[in-house]
Design a protein around this ligand. Structure first.
Ligand SMILES: [Zn+2]
Ligand SMILES: [Zn+2]
Length: 348
């Protein structure tokens, strides 16, 4: 076959354009991969900096739909990465927030409402898929072993496919899944050390989320600094006691006068099922003003509000639903949490 000069020229131009495009895409992809790796490395370097404690509010949401990822808080302390709760959307949020998911030292569960554990299976799986090379331990009260074994059972085929497809070198079956470390607490309200490593101590204590039992909070201590995580709770003497002098109290909050208005709206509309749910939930969460009083009484330095019901969107809602009622009662530093928010506690 003989090509005319014009056809030959067109072919050369098309081939060189294709070659050029393919070369420039190679470069674009290479640059993208390089930048994603360096972003992760830079984030990990900063988060594992031993001169400070860094808290990241991975998700501040609740079971009530909002723009927020469900509940989870990360604490980076003395080169360790501790995760508290793991609600829906947390695994993906960790990756988007460039958190070093392969290096989690422990996951701590506060209680067994799904907004606190729904993504536990994904966090365990993603940490392994992306390169975790150690045992991952999930700490929590009675029920944790059952929860973890349930996830491991439901991920059994997934784990098998990955190792079979990519090989033992890339997906070592030795490190798949997680180990449950279930603890029990005394009924007298005292705390118990449930984790201790290189000077970092995590204590757990009961909170009051009745009729949901068990429900616990955690207090993380290192070099004289302390961070308390409430879990879900009504106003609780025990939370007050274990929050004393905390540098950070990260607590749930409910604006009960607003939730009562939602309850009333369902009543007016004759929707009994949701009216009842809106009534019931007011008994096992802490009202925003009660939280302000608790934090003041415990002489908390900074109060961080998360797991807000209802969620607050924009300046006006944040101010009127949460800031103003808290300010009436609490004189310390106040942070109304947002997904991905970073709070730094320098070490002296
Ligand atoms: Zn919750
Ligand atoms: Zn709950």
């Amino acid at each position: 076959m003989k090509l005319s000069k014009t056809a030959l020229l067109a072919l050369i131009i098309a081939a060189s354009t294709a070659f050029h495009i393919s070369c420039s895409w190679d470069k674009v992809v290479l640059d993208r991969v390089k930048s994603s790796i360096s972003l992760k490395e830079a984030a990990a370097k900063e988060l594992f900096d031993k001169d400070k404690i860094t808290v990241i509010l991975i998700g501040t949401g609740t079971p009530i739909p909002s723009d927020n990822i469900q509940n989870s808080t990360a604490v980076f302390v003395n080169g360790q990465f501790l995760v508290f709760d793991s609600g829906d959307g947390v695994a993906m949020a960790m990756e988007k927030q460039h958190l070093p998911i392969t290096d989690i030292n422990g996951i701590f569960i506060t209680h067994f409402h799904s907004d606190h554990f729904a993504d536990l299976g994904e966090v365990i799986d993603r940490s392994w898929l992306l390169g975790r090379r150690n045992n991952l331990t999930v700490y929590g009260p009675k029920g944790t072993s059952e929860l973890v074994s349930g996830f491991l059972k439901s991920y059994k085929l997934e784990y098998g496919y990955r190792t079979k497809h990519h090989g033992e070198e890339a997906m070592p079956s030795q490190w798949k899944g997680a180990i449950a470390n279930e603890f029990s607490l005394k009924a007298d309200g005292s705390s118990k050390v449930v984790y201790e490593k290189d000077g970092v101590i995590v204590r757990s204590f009961y909170v009051n989320h009745e009729p949901v039992e068990p429900a616990v909070g955690y207090r993380i201590e290192y070099k004289g600094k302390s961070i308390v995580i409430s879990g879900d709770t009504a106003d609780s003497e025990n939370l007050t006691k274990h929050s004393i002098g905390a540098d950070l109290l990260i607590s749930e909050a409910m604006n009960k006068s607003l939730v009562a208005k939602i309850e009333k709206a369902y009543e007016l509309l004759g929707i009994e099922r949701f009216r009842k749910i809106m009534k019931d939930i007011q008994f096992y969460h802490i009202d925003v003003e009660e939280l302000g009083r608790l934090a003041e009484k415990s002489k908390v330095k900074t109060l961080v509000v998360t797991h807000m019901i209802p969620a607050a969107k924009g300046f006006f809602q944040v101010k009127s639903f949460y800031k103003d009622p808290l300010r009436k009662e609490f004189s310390g530093n106040l942070i109304i949490g947002q997904d991905g928010q970073k709070i730094i506690l320098p070490l002296d």
